[in-house]
Design a protein around this ligand. Sequence first.
Ligand code: ZN
Ligand code: ZN
Length: 309
Amino acid sequence: MKAVYYDGKDAFYREDYPVPKAGEQESLVQILLSAVCNTDKEVLKGYKPDFTGVMGHEFVGKVITSSDPSLVGKRVVGELNEECGHCIYCKTGRPHHCSNRRVIGLSGRDGCFAEYMTIATRLLHVVPDSLPTQIAIFTEPLAAALEILNQVHVRPDLNAAVIGDGRLALFVAQALALNGIDLTVIGRHPEKLENFSHFARTVTQGEKEGYELVVDATGSPSGLADAMNYVRKKGTIVIKSTYAGNASINMSQAVVNELTIVGSRCGPFEPALKLLETGRVQLPPIQLYDLKDFREAFSSPAFKAGFSF
Ligand SMILES: [Zn+2]
Ligand SMILES: [Zn+2]
């Protein structure tokens, strides 16, 4: 089958990759649509040096075979993290942090930049019939944005800022805007900030110590330093960016100002599906590429690039 394979250093398009076979408690999924995430680009820059395999973790697929026969033929999305079920994190309600977890397209498990993929059946979520595939593809990144609401008490009267004007920021800002908070989006590109203008205030320069909650959604190391500038004393910074390399910040500023710094990763799928189905979160259309043109897709200026099969 066709696949984009990462060998630990670079990615290659192949047509000879074997179609996987589903194991016990697994499903074989035919990929209908998969999408490129910033994390995939970071993999190419060395973010996951130990990983080899098929790349990609955002997909909508059709179940071909499954340990749960009622899923066969259904359209599904799937969670990335396959937990072991018996480590300290699994036993204490933190399966996303399982010490032995495998993550599709990122760690120990082939991903979805291929015609077929296998996945633990329990990680699948059925896509509602009324939700088009090209919108359901946003489930995973929206779920990750919703994780902030699981972690931080976002009061409706809170004054918050999102730093960044790209994809990640658009998911995060819409998730935060759902409860009517006073939201400012701080970006560098006026043309990208347009995407936010119907639900948030948009600026190219934030206010120093201007916000109780600041979310770094820049996807780059500079975001954290900016967040430290914009957050009020005793305020909260949520970091959504993941990148290869380190951020350099003055940590005593966090101590002296008693900041709360929260890292934030994967989130709940079912609420994300519901928000997309009801149209309460809306996103620009995905731009589709042929799998063999994956490099073009990775550098696409589109809001979201992906592959249809
Ligand atoms: Zn992603
Ligand atoms: Zn575990």
